[in-house]
Design a protein around this ligand. Structure first.
Ligand SMILES: C[S@@+](CC[C@H](N)C(=O)[O-])C[C@H]1O[C@@H](n2cnc3c(N)ncnc32)[C@H](O)[C@@H]1O
Length: 315
C-alpha cells in the first residue's frame, strides 16, 4: 500500500490499468511477485489444482491438435502464466505415454514472477521445459499457446460516457491521504478511438478496455501467423457485451474491496470473448466457436475418464 500512496503523493492520480499493474506485478510490491496465491492455504483455487483430470483432457487435446497439423517434427507448447506449474506437470505426465508426440515436443513457460518461477522449477523437472519472461523470446513453431486464467489477470482500463464525454477511471488519495479512492477524468484520446474502432461502446454503462490482454493477444496472433499453430484459453468471461464493472479482488477465498489491500489481494476482470474473436479475426486467424469449459471438457470425455478412475479406486 505504501508504494501506491507514495506514487499518488507525487502523481496525484493514476489510471486504473497502471494501478492494477503496480498492485499485481510491481517488482517489489506486486501480489504475484511476492507470494504463492494458489490453493486452499492461499487466496484462490484454479482448475489445474481442483483435479488432474483438467490437465489430462487438455493433454489429449494438444496431441490431437499436433496430429491435425500433420505431426510436425518440432512442436512448441507455450503456457501463458503457469501459476505453480501444476498444469504443466500433469501435461508432461500424459505426454510421456505418447512417445512420437513427446519426441517432437518442447515447452516454454511464460512467467513474469521470479517467486512463481522458483515454485514451477521445483514442480517441473524436465529438460524439455524452458522459462521465458517475454513473448518475443519465442524462436520456433508450430506453437500451441495455452493459458488458464492468464488473460483475466491482466490490467484493464474502465471508461464511462457521460453527457457525450468519455471519462476514464483513475485512482487517487482520499483527503486524509490514508485511503485510496476512485475518480473519473477525461479519457485519453487514443483509448476513446480504440473503443469506437472495436465497437465496445456501451450506453450508460462502464466500458472495459483490456489493453494488456489485447497486446498479448496480438503478440500470440503474430507468432501463430509466423509459425503456425493456435491458442487455447480458459477464462471467466462473457460473449454478448452488456457493459458494467467486472473488476474484482479476492483474498483468502473471499471478495474484498479492490482498493483496500493492493499488493495483498488478487485482482481480476471478466473477458469479453467476442472482443477476443474480433482481434483474432483482425489478425486473419480463424476463431472457433466459443464454448464453456464444461462443454469443452465433457466433449473430450472427462466424465467417462472420471468414471474409470472411480471404478479403479473401488477395487
Ligand atoms: C491467475 S494466475 C493463473 C495461474 C495458472 N495458469 C493456473 O491456472 O493456476 C496468472 C498467472 O499469469 C502470470 N502472469 C501474469 N501476467 C503475466 C505476464 N505479463 N507475463 C507472464 N506471466 C504473467 C502470473 O504470474 C500467474 O502465474
Amino acid at each position: 500500500m505504501n508504494k501506491i500512496i507514495n506514487i499518488l503523493k507525487e502523481e496525484k492520480s493514476i489510471p486504473l490499468d497502471k494501478f492494477i499493474n503496480i498492485a499485481l506485478y510491481d517488482r517489489k510490491f506486486g501480489y504475484y511477485m511476492n507470494s504463492n496465491p494458489f490453493g486452499k492455504q492461499g487466496d484462490y483455487i484454479t482448475s489445474p489444482l481442483v483435479s488432474d483430470l483438467f490437465g489430462e483432457m487438455i493433454a489429449i487435446w494438444c496431441i490431437a491438435f499436433w496430429e491435425n497439423l500433420g505431426k510436425p517434427k518440432k512442436f512448441l507448447l507455450v503456457e501463458l502464466g503457469p501459476g505453480d506449474g501444476s498444469l504443466c506437470k500433469v501435461l508432461l505426465n500424459v505426454f510421456k505415454n505418447f512417445k512420437e508426440f513427446y519426441n517432437c515436443l518442447e515447452i516454454n513457460l511464460l512467467e513474469i514472477s521470479d517467486v512463481l518461477i522458483k515454485i514451477q522449477k521445483k514442480n517441473i523437472k524436465n529438460k524439455k521445459v524452458k522459462w521465458i519472461k517475454k513473448i518475443d523470446k519465442i524462436k520456433f513453431g508450430p506453437i500451441m499457446f495455452l493459458g488458464n486464467e492468464f488473460f483475466d489477470s491482466l490490467a484493464i482500463k474502465q471508461v464511462f460516457k457521460k453527457n457525450n464525454v468519455f471519462l476514464e477511471k483513475y485512482i487517487s488519495l482520499s483527503k486524509d491521504r490514508k485511503k485510496l479512492e476512485f475518480l473519473y477524468k477525461k479519457a485519453d484520446k487514443d483509448v476513446i478511438k480504440k473503443i469506437i474502432q472495436l465497437n465496445i461502446n456501451c450506453k450508460n454503462s462502464i466500458i472495459e478496455y483490456p489493453n494488456d490482454a489485447i497486446l498479448y493477444l496480438n503478440a500470440v496472433a503474430k507468432n501463430i501467423k509466423k509459425y503456425g499453430g493456435g491458442l487455447l484459453a480458459f477464462d471467466y468471461g462473457y460473449t454478448k457485451i452488456k457493459g458494467g464493472d467486472t473488476l474484482q479482488s479476492i483474498k483468502k477465498h473471499k471478495f474484498v474491496d479492490v482498493l483496500s489491500e493492493p499488493g495483498k489481494s488478487d485482482i481480476t476482470s471478466h473477458i469479453n470473448f467476442d472482443l477476443f474473436v474480433k482481434i483474432l479475426k483482425k489478425n486473419n486467424l480463424i476463431a472457433e466457436r466459443i464454448v464453456t469449459q464444461n462443454e469443452f471438457l465433457q466433449k473430450l470425455g472427462i466424465i467417462e475418464r472420471a468414471n474409470i478412475l472411480s471404478k479403479k479406486n473401488d477395487l
